[in-house]
Design a protein around this ligand. Structure first.
Ligand code: DGP
Length: 112
């Protein structure tokens, strides 16, 4: 499967890792839209949150990983935004489920 995030998870494409466990991988976005911009992805390939909801445990594992990333990046007190883009209208550009975690400054009404 020609999926850029699967290749990142497999280590075939380099990435700046923030957190990893059995189910998830988190790394810095290559086009940051805030001082902290991390992508949290399931290691199992699914396209979006609708498919993810059908994979037992996947959304819980993602939420657990988001919580770890927030802790590691020190965002608990200041706050942060999570975004999951799905499909054309949301301009989803990578067809592998990912949660954007944005923070590190007061966020505006666009994504970051
Ligand atoms: P979305 O528009 O929600 O599909 O966001 C996809 C994000 O993925 C976008 O913010 C840029 C990021 N991205 C795309 N290719 C790479 C890559 O090769 N490495 C990293 N670190 N991020 C990438």
């Amino acid at each position: 499967m020609d999926c850029i995030f699967c290749k990142i998870i497999a280590g075939e494409i380099p990435s700046a890792r923030v957190y990893e466990d059995e189910y998830t991988y988190a790394f810095y976005d290559i086009e940051p839209q805030a001082p902290v911009h991390v992508l949290v992805v399931p290691k199992q390939h699914v396209t979006n949150v609708i498919e993810g909801a059908q994979a037992p445990g996947m959304m819980q594992h993602l939420a657990d990983a988001v919580a770890r990333v927030v802790e590691l990046e020190g965002l608990q007190q200041s706050g942060f935004r999570t975004v999951m883009n799905t499909g054309a209208d949301a301009r989803q550009s990578v067809q592998h489920l990912h949660v954007h975690v944005l923070g590190g400054h007061p966020l505006n009404l666009t994504m970051g």
